[in-house]
Ligand binder design. Structure first.
Ligand code: HPA
Ligand code: MG
Length: 226
């Protein structure tokens, strides 16, 4: 069986940095659901770019993880697309190599946002019993990390089930003061502190069905406000 083709070790890879003045791409340059016409400002990160970046993260994860068995812990709801694509990519980069992985996927749900604001009360809704992670390599898969408070609470929760090791993959990291000082081990993009939607990220449950990551327009915010 082939060994894993070692790619350039780029320990400096802290994510693709999107600068504060990035205007995004014009909406007329891409396809997106017709029902969101007028509700978006721009295409901030096109779907194809997300998918390719996810493949890069998968290669690094496979290189780093020695164990064959991995428990992927998908943070719902926003993480479901990233999790699905990342787990697929981990399978496809590792199959036919000595580093092939069996990935078990578990789900946990966190809720803390109302409209575009973070609320203080964080609810962990999910499998009461995460004992499958005991002694295992766990990969937490989260769409967005900002203040790190959510991630800290989640890590504390997961640690109580005594995993062997825990790594975090975050598709987006927002440039805000990270009060908890917790950054993912694998970062897709570092973005300005703007509210984004799409690729399973929502605004009051809307826009999860949009493939690109986009900035919502004022009209969109008003239309779907609670
Ligand atoms: N978009 C959607 N959900 C979120 C965001 C965001 O920018 N930040 C935290 N949860
Ligand atoms: Mg949400």
């Amino acid at each position: 069986m082939a060994d894993f083709p070692v790619i350039r070790k780029d320990s400096a890879d802290k994510g693709i940095v999107i600068e504060d003045d990035w205007p995004g791409y014009g909406l007329d340059l891409f396809t997106y659901p017709e029902h969101y016409r007028g509700d978006l400002e721009n295409v901030y990160i096109p779907h194809g770019v997300i998918v390719n970046r996810t493949e890069c993260l998968a290669r690094r994860i496979v290189e780093d993880m020695e164990d064959r068995h991995v428990v992927a812990l998908c943070v719902l709801k926003g993480g479901y697309k990233f999790c699905a694509d990342l787990v697929e990519a981990i399978k496809s980069v590792s199959c036919n190599t000595a580093r092939h992985k069996t990935v078990r996927v578990e789900f946990i749900r966190l809720k803390s946002y109302l409209n575009d604001q973070s609320t203080e009360d964080l609810q962990i809704i999910g499998p009461e019993d995460l004992s499958v992670v005991r002694g295992k390599n766990v990969l937490i898969i989260e769409a967005i990390v900002d203040t790190g408070k959510t991630m800290r609470a989640l890590l504390q929760h997961v640690e109580t089930f005594q995993p062997k090791a825990v790594k975090v993959a975050g598709l987006l990291v927002k440039r805000v003061p990270n009060v908890a000082g917790i950054l993912p081990d694998y970062v897709g993009f570092v973005i300005p502190n703007r509210f984004v939607v799409g690729y399973a990220l929502d605004y009051n449950e809307y826009f999860r069905d949009l493939n690109h990551i986009c900035v919502i327009s004022e009209q969109g915010k008003l239309k779907y406000r609670l």
